[in-house]
Design a protein around this ligand. Structure first.
Ligand code: FAD
Length: 671
């Protein structure tokens, strides 16, 4: 029998969170001092949680594998963070944010969690402003907002193209205050390699000191996993090179169910791949779609000429351009959600209209925006009969003000000036909506083991809207977990410190050490990257933007074969008792090789198209929507939560049925 209980409180949706908070058990301040909490990961989710829990009085031990929490992958977030403040007076509200997120997620998220997210979204902005996060402001000094895909209001708060960095500095300052007070013990350069359960409850972790190689035991009354997403299962992604699934996968193997692994977000605006020796892809923020127009040539001959380097985009007349998003989706145009924009780009490129050497790129063009802003500025500054050059100059200055660092980054990577020639973009793996299954309390199926931020499956359903990841990570860390964990820990006020000299710690430490010794002693011939790249290719080709039964079955078999070869042939140079990045990578890729197969199995099971998961067998066959993704609510309105049973192919499916009481289930349309 399934143990899935989402623990969603009773009552009307708008009252659930308030009623819940009014009725949970609390831990008094003196007792909080007797309780230890481990937080693994100090990106925005873990950093905000660690700071808040310590502020409340708990003893927090926090871990990250970088040399400082400031270097978490969250720092890469560019575009912004959503909140329903309605500062623009354009009709926003908590309900609209809730509605947009459920619809954007293609009706595959849990209503109660998403509503709570919308409710606390405004608090996040207040909290961050109080910390000194320098959000952009408008002329009058009020916080400015811009639009992101899939919504009809402007609710995205931003700090130039560095929103994640600024928010992380805020969370890190809050953490630092607690580190100085001794309420957070910070373990930089430590990697959690497994969780320890005592009497069924999470009571600690085994971590490796990445500088000395020492294996350490750490205990606590509860463990929080905030280790980010698993997009690097594709090898190439926009994620930081070190982003990995090890903590999430290890807790899965110890009893935490893994939900919706196949829900991955392929982001439409990334710099296209340039060759086979690349190890990373670069995102161009979605905010660029506010002003950039996406197009390919309307005539295939023009595309061919561009691919062969015989024609430039600026030489193609307006009437010979196909602004395909504006054509296909007039209501949302260039601001359709990411999954829709990515598939539309793939469709054009597959049809031969791509605009770089490989045929895998479309244009993102700022010419119209530069002209529009230039004319506006000429008016504002009273420039009479402004020349085209003057208008362009004024317009470019506005674009620079808004997106300057992104344009500079593009120019550095591609060696082309995006003010003068359209950017080239192509979809790339970016975010994983799937992750560790959690209930309303953010607790996994293991008591005392929590999961927050991108690492859990939570609020984005089958597709995340832009600027919602930061919102969710900070909601979890600042405003949700600090309440829910207290309810659980109220039972632990008399437990006392958890000893680490128990058989449970002995056993898990031995598993960890055995695996490290295997890697160091295996006399293989191939590097870890060799296997990671092969895995990534299977994932991209067969479990990528479009999936079908045949490919998914092949992918499962191929990943299994790569995994078997990995365990025979992997070569890890160096020693265990030293800093050894290859050893770190080996452990992470071993976990990706299992997760990848479960990912394909999940995609195979879900024979419907929803959000980022597009099944070629499930599309609209006739009429105006022909070829568009077709969701199947009758058979698939559930969360897939997989239980580990050894081989990934043996994982057992548990279903959390999704109820939509407050939002009507509809096929998404952005036309
Ligand atoms: C290029 C880019 C731009 C983005 N822009 C936006 C945006 O504008 N708006 C938005 O909402 N979202 C954006 N996102 C998504 C968003 O940045 C992430 O989803 C979010 O930052 C994840 O935060 P997190 O705290 O969950 O994880 P992370 O920031 O990934 O932090 C993970 C933490 O876990 C630690 N860790 C991992 N494994 C272990 C282990 N085994 N042991 C110990 N520590 C471990 C790491 O050291 C790190 O501290 C963007 C993503 C990318 C890639």
């Amino acid at each position: 029998m399934s143990v899935l209980d989402s623990k969603v409180p009773e009552g009307p949706i708008k009252d659930k969170w308030t009623t819940y908070k009014d009725n949970i058990n609390l831990v008094n301040p003196a007792n909080k001092r007797k309780i230890d909490i481990i937080v693994v990961g100090t990106g925005l989710a873990g950093g905000s949680a660690a700071a808040t829990l310590a502020e409340q009085g708990y003893n927090v031990k926090a871990y990250c594998y970088q040399d400082s929490p400031r270097r978490a992958h969250s720092i890469a977030a560019q575009g912004g963070i959503n909140a329903a403040k309605n500062y623009m007076g354009d009709g926003d509200s908590n309900f609209r944010l809730f509605y947009d997120t459920v619809k954007g997620g293609d009706y595959r998220s849990r209503e109660a969690n998403v509503h709570r997210l919308a409710e606390v979204s405004g608090n996040i902005i207040d909290q961050c402003v109080a910390q000194g996060v320098p959000f952009a402001r408008d002329y009058g000094g009020l916080l400015d907002n811009r639009s992101f895909g899939g919504v009809l209001v402007s609710r995205t708060f931003y700090a130039k193209g560095q929103t994640g960095q600024q928010l992380l500095l805020g969370a890190y300052s809050a953490m630092n205050r607690q580190i100085a007070r001794g309420k957070i013990e910070m373990f930089n350069r430590h990697e959690m390699l497994d969780v320890v359960k005592v009497n069924g409850k999470a009571r600690g972790i085994i971590a490796r000191n990445l500088i000395t190689g020492e294996i350490e035991r750490h205990s606590a009354h509860a463990v929080v996993i905030a280790t980010g997403g698993y997009g690097n299962v594709y090898f190439l992604s926009t994620n930081a090179m070190g982003s990995n699934a090890t903590a999430a996968w290890k807790i899965h193997k110890k009893g935490a169910y893994f939900a919706n692994p196949c829900y991955t977000q392929i982001h439409p605006t990334c710099i296209p791949r340039s060759g086979d020796y690349q190890s990373k892809l670069t995102l161009m923020s979605e905010s660029l779609r506010n002003d950039g127009r996406i197009w390919v040539p309307a005539n295939i001959e023009d595309s061919k000429a561009i691919q062969q380097g015989k024609l430039k985009p600026t030489e193609i007349a307006e009437e010979n351009r196909d602004y395909y998003l504006e054509r296909r989706y007039p209501a949302f145009g260039n601001l359709v959600p990411r999954d829709v924009a990515s598939r539309a780009a793939k469709e054009r490129c597959d049809a031969g209209y791509g605009v770089n050497k490989t045929g895998e790129a479309v244009y993102l063009d700022f010419t119209s925006a530069i002209e529009r802003y230039g004319l506006e500025q000429a008016k504002i500054h009273g420039v009479q009969n402004a020349s085209k050059t003057k208008i362009t100059e004024l317009g470019e200055a506005v674009i620079e003000e808004k997106y300057g660092n992104l344009f500079q980054m593009y120019e550095k990577i591609v060696a082309e000036d995006p003010y003068k020639t359209p950017m080239m973009i192509y979809p790339a793996t970016h975010y994983t909506m799937g992750g560790v299954w959690v209930d309303y309390n953010l607790m996994t199926t293991v008591p005392g083991l929590y999961c927050i931020g991108e690492a859990n499956f939570s609020d984005h359903g089958a597709n995340r809207l832009g600027a919602s990841a930061l919102m969710q990570g900070l909601a979890d860390g600042y405003f949700v977990l600090p309440y829910t964990i207290g309810d659980y820990l109220s039972d632990d006020i008399r437990t006392g410190r958890i000893p680490t000299d128990s058989p449970e710690f002995d056993a898990v430490e031995k598993e960890v050490t055995d695996r490290i010794n295997f890697f160091i002693n295996n006399k293989g011939t191939k590097s870890v990257d060799h296997f990671h790249k092969r895995l990534g290719k299977v994932m991209w080709d067969k479990v990528g933007m479009a999936r079908n039964e045949k490919h998914l079955k092949e992918a499962m078999a191929e990943i299994k074969a790569i995994r078997e070869e990995f365990w025979k042939e992997v070569k890890v140079p160096g020693d265990a008792n030293e800093m050894n990045p290859e050893l770190e990578k080996a452990g992470r890729v071993a976990d990706f090789l299992e997760l990848g197969e479960l990912f394909a199995k999940d995609a195979l099971d879900r024979n419907e198209s929803c959000g980022g998961h597009y099944r070629e067998e499930s599309v609209v066959k006739e009429g105006e929507q022909k070829g568009e993704a077709l969701r199947n609510d009758e058979d698939f309105a559930y969360v897939s939560a997989w239980e580990y049973k050894g081989e990934p192919s043996d994982a057992v499916l548990h279903k959390e049925e999704l109820e939509f009481k407050d939002i009507e289930l509809k096929q998404r349309s952005y036309k």
